[in-house]
Write a protein that binds this ligand. Structure first.
Ligand code: CS2
Length: 453
């Protein structure tokens, strides 16, 4: 239709849809959709992606205006490449098509994979890894016919799928959480038990939930990026995504039906994703959050500026080497020292500027995945946690001082810090659980907070 860029290398008319993706944001379009594009280009098959947006119509509008084509712009010091991606079939949005269109696409037997990038908070899970039945979206799902949460869509879609013949399905979580497959299964089963109990046994027998580790730094695209891209490549792309050259996808090989030949595009299919996911969360994501909170306090707008600050640079090296790495299992075929060095280099990539404020969002959801398990494991082993405590102290100071901070628990966090300082924050049970009561950890966090506030 209105696509201004080079013609796509794939003729999409020759392929049908096979994947329904919930959460069609920049990360998905710069990661899974690229692997799918490359697998389609090599091996074909009915693997086009129908994206779904349950919150806003914006991505659908932008993509629909350019026939669901867009560019993956890869940038680093030695790469500057624009790749037209043609793995999207369409985008369904609740605002435009209604909730039933998305539920129907999950139920459609042509769909063999439902994948998700809905961020940590989208799972509506509690500390114990079960469904948070007090979550407002879940309360809405339990009382209203139209789903509110992504898990609500999934459960209604699975129930309709069972009713429509029950073709097996793979549900593939692609969010940054340890054991994301098991967590997705748990919250799905919990909600199904309440909403669609008759589908529960069918889900157990016919739906698999492989875990994945996803990794590529993909910042939010700005108006200035769109203009810079147009100036460099000669066409405007309103759905452009920008990412670094590094891209990794490790997938547990547990599919209920077929799947695209993602390994042909570099994905690793393995029996156990856990060591990869844990290493990535604790080394990359925890360091990213540390750069964000320490960086914000030091006045750095971008991660590459924060990591160029000698004090922050030295801190991140120490955090990874001294406190995080000793908690990790060996990674097959990976030298952890080289992996850490690559992380520093990736953070330093000024060609993909990533706002500290963007990484700093949703700390209440992210830190329990990326940093607090390090604290728990080290305390259980009687090891020091001062560097981890430094990050929590910095987060505490950001809660107090950074007006633009975004977090679904912001009000509660602010109230806790303003009435009780670091101790108040540590008492926020859904974030810290029992860790907040550990005297040594609490003292270290309080000392760090006092330095940063
Ligand atoms: C980041 C991640 O914003 C954040 O929380 O830490 O999005 C990070 O860029 C990706 O996980 C990299 O794979």
């Amino acid at each position: 239709m209105n696509w201004q860029g080079p013609p796509p290398p794939i003729d999409r008319r020759a392929h049908g849809p096979g994947i329904l993706h919930l959460g069609i944001g920049a990360f998905h379009r710069a990661h899974q959709a690229v692997y799918t594009h490359e697998a389609l280009a090599r091996y074909g098959g009915d693997w086009l992606i129908r994206g779904a947006s349950t919150r806003s119509d914006e991505v659908r509008t932008r993509l629909a205006a350019q026939d669901f084509l867009y560019t993956n712009w890869t940038r680093s010091t030695d790469r500057n490449e624009a790749q037209v991606i043609a793995s999207l079939h369409s985008v369904l949005s609740t605002a435009h098509h209604g909730a039933d269109a998305i539920i129907g696409a999950i139920a459609d037997p042509a769909t063999r994979i439902v994948s998700l990038t809905i961020t940590e908070k989208g799972y509506c899970a509690n500390q114990a890894g079960a469904l948070d039945e007090t979550h407002p979206d879940i309360l809405a799902d339990l009382t209203q016919p139209a789903p509110r949460s992504a898990i609500g869509y999934l459960v209604r879609g699975l129930s309709a799928r069972k009713a429509g013949g029950g073709a097996p399905l793979t549900v593939l979580s692609c969010d940054n959480m340890a054991d994301n497959g098991a967590l997705t299964r748990a919250v799905t089963r919990d909600l199904a038990a309440a909403l669609a109990p008759a589908a529960l046994a069918w889900i157990d027998d016919n739906v698999t939930f492989p875990s994945t580790m996803v990794d590529r730094i993909v910042p939010a695209v700005t108006e200035a990026d769109l203009a810079a891209f147009a100036a460099a490549f000669g066409y405007r792309d309103e759905a452009l995504v920008i990412g670094e050259a590094w891209s990794q996808w490790v997938i547990e090989d547990d599919f209920a039906a077929d799947r695209p030949a993602w390994e042909s595009a570099g994905a690793q299919l393995v029996d156990d994703v856990t060591p990869y996911e844990v290493a990535k969360l604790r080394l990359l994501n925890a360091s990213h959050s540390a750069c964000a909170y320490l960086g914000l306090l030091a006045g750095h707008e971008y991660v590459h500026e924060a990591i160029a600050d000698p004090a922050i640079h030295a801190f991140i090296l120490e955090l990874m080497a001294r406190e995080v790495t000793p908690t990790l299992a060996p990674l097959p075929d990976t030298d952890l020292a080289a992996y850490r060095a690559a992380i520093i280099e990736r953070f330093s990539n000024a060609a993909v500027p990533y706002r500290t404020a963007q990484v700093a969002t949703d700390g209440s959801q992210k830190l329990p995945q990326r940093l607090l398990p390090v604290v728990a494991q080290r305390l259980a082993e009687g090891q020091p946690v001062d560097l981890c405590a430094e990050v929590i102290g910095a987060w505490c100071a950001c809660i107090e001082h950074v007006q633009t901070l975004n977090d679904p628990m912001l009000e509660r966090l602010r109230a806790a810090v303003s009435s009780g300082g670091a101790m108040g924050l540590l008492a926020v049970e859904p974030v810290f659980g029992e860790l907040g009561q550990h005297a040594g950890f609490a003292a270290a966090v309080a000392a760090a907070y006092a330095r940063h506030r």
